[in-house]
Write a protein that binds this ligand. Structure first.
Ligand code: GLY
Length: 265
């Protein structure tokens, strides 16, 4: 297999991150299939391991307080889209999550000089993949056509090109099924890769049976992958990436992955 460059591309380079502590209410987090509630102590431990991994990768992490009224609020990525040059406050598609943005707005205004806001439709950050040359917006059950089109217009004010694509049916978020692992390379499930959305990019296809590993997260010189997906870890290692595995068993019960627990720039 061709190995990836060992130079971190700008799209994978991060110095700052925001995370939010899980509240006790996290056990009531949204889930597509109920496989039982996550254990609170387990979620707290997985979240803490995630923060430590970000810091070990050279990222300065601001930890925001828990919001008990919002069970899913530790998944801060769905509330906003951030770039070094500014932020866009989003409109999450799940009604129970809409109120999370009011708590994120003052944080973004403190951290960014330019903050725009999506004013119509809905878009979750989990549906948005920033690559080296575009911002892919996956329509899904959470991100609608109106929100995606409005987001493309806002991205243009940052000089960024938004591209609207489709999330496979039945998949929560676009990034449930993919991750950027290098400037022009994605890790993706076979079902998403076969849709053709990554035309022109190199695609590493997640081995069958390990689809949940597709929500990986490249941070600087390493890529975070959920524990328990050895063939995906091997695939990424053979591609020349430094793999860090992280526990995701409990957050997985509420349909979470590694990208959704932080906003990074
Ligand atoms: N439990 C994460 C979400 O559905 O937004």
């Amino acid at each position: 297999m061709d190995r990836l460059s060992n130079v971190t591309p700008d799209a994978c380079r991060f110095t700052q991150a925001l995370v939010r502590l899980p509240g006790r209410s996290v056990v009531d987090g949204l889930r597509a299939i109920d496989r039982g509630a996550p254990c609170l102590a387990g979620v707290v431990a997985e979240h803490a391991a995630y923060v430590r991994a970000l810091e070990a990768a050279g990222v300065s992490v601001e930890v925001l307080p828990a919001l008990e009224a919002f069970a899913d609020s530790l998944f801060v990525e769905d509330t906003a889209l951030v770039f070094p040059e500014g932020a866009i406050l989003l409109r999450p598609g799940a009604p129970s999550r809409a109120g999370e943005c009011a708590h994120m707005e003052p944080v973004l205004r403190r951290r960014f000089s330019k903050v725009l806001a999506l004013e119509e439709g809905h878009a979750d950050g989990g549906d948005i993949l920033t690559t080296s040359d575009s911002v892919m917006i996956g329509r899904s059950a959470r991100t609608d056509a109106v929100g995606a089109a409005a987001l493309v217009r806002l991205l243009a004010t940052f000089g960024r090109r938004g591209v609207v694509v489709d999330t496979p049916p039945g998949v929560l978020h676009f990034k449930t099924d993919c991750a950027l692992v290098d400037g022009g390379t994605v890790l993706a499930t076979a079902r998403l890769a076969s849709s053709g959305v990554f035309k022109g990019m190199r695609v590493l296809v997640v081995p069958e049976g390990e689809e949940a590993a597709a929500n990986a997260l490249r941070i600087n010189d390493r890529v975070f992958v959920g524990e328990g997906y050895p063939r995906t870890a091997d695939l990424l290692t053979r591609a020349g990436l430094r793999v860090v595995t992280l526990p995701v068993q409990q957050i997985g019960l509420i349909d979470a992955g590694l990208s959704c627990m932080s906003l990074r720039w």
